[in-house]
Ligand binder design. Structure first.
Ligand code: HEC
Ligand code: HEC
Ligand code: HEC
Ligand code: HEC
Ligand code: HEC
Ligand code: HEC
Length: 620
């Protein structure tokens, strides 16, 4: 077998494996085929397939801009493959999304039910529109081979410039709006990755990645099909890419400095380690390499450096999309093999489609000749048992379908469908919902200033079952320990915990109006049923804190009122005044002072409402 056929054999096998996993995914849902949970709702399918997939497709808009807008004709040779890659990349993203959406058949909803406040709304529309634009941009290539399509083709070729401009607009908008998506979770994302200028960082790194993808892809296909890579053109791209990467580096570190987060860089923890690894792979090392003209000119140098950038940026997207969300106290997430199989399968399908297109149509100036596709070549026999496979073209198809079927059979063999089917339905034990730990690390904004909280010890002291209501005064339906942050949503500011319209909407709580407003009565606050009619599950009556209004106090304050309130009381009973002191909970006194200062400076507030213990209790 030659290089191309060996690769296709592997790709078809991976596709077969993915096909077997797709069955339980769509029959039994996400719980059956992923390790995702409420604590970690976004996994590889978002981090790799969507975030990285979109970034990998950035070559399309960069090359079309270079050639059609800046009129640099010498880059013309790489336009078609770049547009094709972008198209297939976006198609792969759209297909992956179908796997990740809980109700994929509702994907058309965003076209009809608009929610223009949501960054996801923009992301969705951009994907759809850009995919359509890319299809139109690429259509003239296959149409060359079909004389009957000549008229359509002529129209599209005339419309190229407006299409290219539209495409550039959509994809820049979209590359950056994938960053905006994460602006809504400042306390979830680690400060080394969270930044108000994430959209800008995403755009710049996408440009760098797009350029590197063109280089990478050209060399890989050159190897596969034994054709000449466009080395000179690629050297210019390499030259441009180092500048883009340099700008990226400056912006990224500058941003950390401005946000006073540079200290995190020297923290000796796994997050800082990942950060340095990521930045080194995507920017620092590639800049150094591309600055050497020997590397820029050599085939191996171009290929290796571009691969490094691709790897680094993909890692960055995975980090932002998932890894940097992991909290020390959160349930741990490792992707299931089934998740990885789907991701790899989608990529394999895209690569196979790419290979098909370049073999069948004129994507490069010269179509690659696969020596074994020569119809005059001799028929083949199977290497294992000498079965006659026919002419090479047919023989290839036979081997690929065999690879697909055998891999799918293996996949079905490994699936534990029965176990998986019930896994999502069983209630999760409380202990497990807390990630299996007795001690929680409460650190709402992930700034490292947190409090260790011995949950089980407190539970036991207050009486195992009845204790919950003292602290968990309100839960979401069917839940018994809703994270306080679901309602106490901001670290320092009160927030509205009741989203009226969301409750009634089909994509929200799906509660009918009359379930809260009795029929035939005026619909007002006075006549609406109390929240705890529904939000009482597993919290027995008599919660210590009653909800009378829907403005929930800030997270810090909720913690302080709850924890300090009880500690002050118990301090008197147990004659243990030290229980109320700041350092009883905040073990490092410096941290309290520091964090208070940081808070005040950052928020421009005159003071946060720390409930100070009464002076006689020894407060500090
Ligand atoms: C009974 C335990 C307890 C005591 C006593 C206590 N706190 Fe806290 N405090 C917490 C908890 C829990 C949090 C939430 C931690 C987090 O999310 O970072 C918190 C958060 C804070 C924060 C915000 C932390 C941040 O990361 O921005 C500040 C500031 C703070 N406390 C100051 C104080 C001061 C000052 C005192 C003494 C007057 C005090 N606390 C006493 C439990 C306590
Ligand atoms: C002394 C107060 C207190 C008591 C008593 C208590 N909890 Fe908690 N619980 C907390 C706090 C505080 C958290 C951390 C929530 C957060 O980080 O937002 C928590 C977290 C949890 C979580 C994890 C939620 C998440 O996803 O972060 C679960 C589940 C839970 N509690 C269940 C229970 C149950 C069941 C009981 C009764 C047996 C109970 N708790 C008793 C204070 C308490
Ligand atoms: C489902 C929403 C929801 C959840 C979950 C929730 N709260 Fe609340 N909480 C509220 C609302 C709404 C209020 C305001 C009640 C009022 O002022 O009438 C409130 C008020 C409070 C107060 C009282 C503030 C005061 O006025 O003295 C404390 C303390 C508190 N919450 C702590 C917690 C803690 C700790 C947790 C997690 C263990 C938690 N809450 C989880 C909605 C929630
Ligand atoms: C989850 C319970 C719930 C559902 C479902 C619900 N409502 Fe309400 N509604 C309330 C509560 C609570 C208030 C009081 C709101 C407040 O004071 O902020 C309210 C207030 C109102 C008001 C008065 C607003 C005002 O400014 O005084 C109207 C009108 C209303 N609801 C209509 C509806 C309609 C129409 C639906 C169905 C689409 C609906 N509600 C569904 C709970 C609900
Ligand atoms: C008729 C039943 C019902 C009533 C009454 C009701 N809710 Fe809900 N609420 C729901 C359901 C169902 C959900 C969705 C739970 C889920 O996603 O698992 C929900 C979810 C929520 C959430 C989570 C939404 C989010 O942003 O993540 C909050 C907060 C909430 N309710 C607050 C309230 C408050 C405050 C009241 C009282 C004014 C109230 N609810 C009254 C049924 C109700
Ligand atoms: C219902 C009352 C109550 C509430 C609410 C409460 N505590 Fe406590 N806490 C206690 C008691 C009682 C002790 C035991 C004091 C002793 O050692 O005698 C304690 C002990 C502690 C200790 C020391 C435990 C150790 O051995 O290291 C810490 C830390 C602490 N609490 C933190 C918190 C935090 C943080 C919260 C809020 C999330 C909180 N507590 C909420 C009653 C409470």
């Amino acid at each position: 077998m030659n290089r191309v056929r060996r690769l296709k054999f592997v790709l078809w096998s991976l596709l077969g494996l993915a096909a077997s996993v797709a069955v339980p995914r769509f029959l039994f849902g996400l719980g059956a085929s992923t390790n995702l949970s409420d604590a970690n709702p976004w996994g590889v399918w978002i981090g790799f397939d969507v975030m990285a997939g979109v970034a990998l497709a950035a070559g399309g808009f960069i090359v079309t801009a270079t050639v059609y807008i800046f009129k640099l004709d010498r880059f013309h040779a790489v336009v078609r493959p770049a547009v094709l890659t972008a198209f297939l990349g976006y198609a792969a993203v759209a297909i992956s999304l179908l796997f990740d959406l809980g109700l994929p058949w509702n994907i058309w909803h965003m076209m009809v039910f608009w929610n223009p406040h949501s960054p996801l709304f923009e992301v969705g529309w951009c994907v759809m529109l850009y995919l359509a634009v890319l299809a139109l941009e690429f259509f003239p290539v296959p149409a060359e081979d079909f004389p009957r399509l000549a008229k359509v083709r002529a129209v599209l070729v005339k419309a190229r410039l407006p299409l290219v401009i539209l495409g550039i607009g959509l994809s820049t908008l979209h590359q950056s709006s994938l960053g905006s998506l994460f602006l809504i979770m400042p306390y979830r994302l680690h400060p080394l990755w969270y930044s108000p200028i994430l959209p800008l960082l995403f755009l710049v790194s996408a440009i760098a990645l797009g350029i590197s993808m063109v280089i990478f892809e050209s060399h890989v296909t050159a190897y596969l099909y034994r054709r000449q890579p466009e080395s000179e053109v690629l050297a210019s791209f390499a030259g441009a890419s180092r500048w883009v990467l340099l700008i990226y580096l400056a912006v990224r570190f500058g941003d950390l400095l401005v946000r006073h987060q540079a200290g995190q860089l020297l923290a000796f923890d796994w997050r800082a380690a990942i950060f340095w690894f990521e930045v080194a792979a995507m920017a620092i090392v590639p800049i150094a390499l591309f600055w050497t003209s020997r590397v820029r000119q050599s085939r191996a140098g171009q290929w290796a450096t571009a691969s490094l950038v691709v790897f680094g940026v993909v890692l960055n997207r995975i980090d932002v999309g998932g890894v940097a969300h992991l909290r020390p106290d959160g349930a741990f997430y490792l992707p299931a093999w089934t998740e990885i199989a789907i991701s790899v399968g989608v990529v394999s399908a895209a690569v196979l489609a790419f290979l098909f297109m370049v073999e069948r149509f004129r994507v490069w100036e010269r179509r690659p000749a696969d020596p074994e596709q020569d119809p005059l070549k001799l028929p083949e026999f199977d290497a294992v048992d000498d079965t006659w496979l026919g002419v090479p073209g047919i023989a290839a198809r036979t081997t690929y379908s065999m690879a697909f079927i055998i891999a799918a059979a293996f996949g079905f063999g490994f699936l534990h469908v029965e176990a998986a089917e019930t896994r999502g339905l069983e209630p999760i034990p409380v202990h497990q919902a807390r990630g299996g730990r007795d001690i929680l690390w409460i650190d709402g904004n992930l700034d490292g200033f947190g409090v260790t909280f011995k949950h089980v010890e407190h539970e036991k002291r207050e009486g195992a079952k009845q204790s919950c209501v003292k602290c968990h005064h309100m839960n979401l339906p069917r839940d018994e320990g809703t994270a306080c942050s679901r309602c106490h949503g901001d670290m320092y500011l009160p927030s509205d915990s009741f989203r009226h319209d969301w409750h009634a909407s089909p994509s929200g709580g799906r509660v009918a109006c009359y379930q809260c407003h009795a029929r035939g009565q005026a619909r007002t606050a006075a006549t609406a049923v109390a929240c705890d009619k529904c939000h009482k599950d597993l919290v027995p009556a008599g919660a210590a804190i009653k909800v009378k209004q829907y403005r929930a106090v800030a997270y810090t304050e909720a913690m302080h009122r709850l924890c300090i309130g009880c500690h002050v009381k118990k301090a008197k009973e147990n004659k243990k005044p030290e229980m109320t002191r700041c350092d009883w909970c905040h073990k490092d006194k410096r941290q309290v002072i520091d964090s208070r200062e940081i808070v005040l400076r950052r928020r421009g507030l005159t003071g946060i409402n720390v409930v100070l213990p009464p002076p006689d209790a020894g407060g500090k």
